[in-house]
Design a protein around this ligand. Structure first.
Ligand code: CP
Ligand code: NVA
Length: 315
């Protein structure tokens, strides 16, 4: 990784990504024996949240604690940031106290600004445009279940949102055939699609966008969705429900078009009865809780990767 920050996933090349996934598996296997304890000794982390979180908050705090570091978790409303202190000044000040910042922000431009004015690495813990830390856990889960990533068919159904944008990049880095089915007007970000297509040309991955869920799901090894109403879009709830329901719901009928051993994934939190039915998310092919667990293991690997990178840059 050339840059100090991790904001979209496109900072990684295929080798870096593979290394992080292999290291994640080692952390997973060795957790009961305390594998990795001390790797982040004396390292301080600031975790900033402008939006709610369960998995990101807990997995980062536990990962840092288990590796011997210290996390200061901050809600932006309790910081001077919430009273108008600039992001630039916040970045400069935190850079004097901690070794790395993870921030969940309302607007992607905030995490970019934080990274620009910090002398330390900044990790995007979800913005309106990207959610790169989630995709590491998703790829580890898929690799565990299918024993490979290259050549798999993955279908994304529903909103072309932050998770979908980072998945485009993750799929292209991994040689996955990624098919996205969204309604018109809810397609993923142009920037993410063009970055993914550029990477795909090198890795043999393919990127395909359609409005038809059946087309995306046909012969898929994995079917994935996310909420139709991401955080910050609550005012659009009624309108979005009309657009997405029932055509983009992952239910038994749609899922039956995938391969018979296809898995179902969802970053969670799920809105049962909206983007997915209970019988799918609780069914035998669902991997959602393994996926949630893998947030912990991949976060450990990412932190070690990033902190070692920054040490190298300073030498
Ligand atoms: N998947 C995910 O990022 O969950 P949280 O919003 O609970 O952190
Ligand atoms: N797309 C969702 C992901 C939540 C983890 C959101 O942004 O709310």
């Amino acid at each position: 990784m050339e840059e100090k920050d991790f904001l979209t996933l496109s900072e990684l090349n295929p080798e870096d990504l593979n290394y992080i996934l292999e290291l994640s598996a080692e952390f997973k296997d060795g957790r009961k024996d305390g594998f990795g304890h001390g790797l982040l000794k004396s390292k301080q982390f600031a975790l900033i949240f402008e939006k709610p979180s369960t998995r990101t908050r807990v997995s980062f705090q536990v990962a840092i604690d288990e590796l011997g570091g210290n996390a200061v978790t901050l809600s932006s409303t309790e910081m001077q940031l919430g009273r108008g202190e600039t992001i630039e000044d916040t970045a400069r000040v935190l850079s004097r106290y901690v070794h790395c910042i993870m921030a969940r922000v309302i607007s992607h431009s905030s995490v970019v600004k934080l990274a620009t004015y910090s002398s330390i690495p900044v990790i995007n813990g979800l913005s309106d445009l990207y959610h790169p830390v989630q995709i590491l856990a998703d790829l580890l889960t898929l690799k565990e279940k299918k024993r490979k990533l290259e050549g798999l068919n993955v279908a994304w159904i529903g909103d072309g949102n932050n998770v979908c944008n980072s998945w485009l990049i993750g799929a292209s880095l991994s040689g996955i055939n990624f098919r996205v089915a969204t309604p018109k007007g809810y397609e993923p970000l142009d920037e993410a699609v063009s970055t993914a297509k550029k990477i795909a040309a090198e890795t043999g991955a393919s990127i395909y966008l359609t409005e038809e869920p059946e087309e995306a799901v046909k012969d898929a090894d994995c079917v994935m969705t996310d909420t139709f109403v991401s955080m910050g879009f609550d005012k659009e709830r009624e309108e979005r429900m009309k657009v997405f329901m029932p055509k983009y719901q992952v239910n038994k009928q749609l899922f039956s078009l995938a391969k018979s051993d296809a898995i179902f994934m969802h970053c969670l939190p799920a809105h049962r009865g909206e983007e997915v039915t209970d019988e799918i998310i609780d069914g035998p092919n669902s991997a959602v809780f393994d996926q949630a667990e893998n947030r912990l293991h991949t976060t450990k690997a990412l932190l070690c990767f990033i902190m070692r990178g920054i040490e190298r840059l300073r030498v």
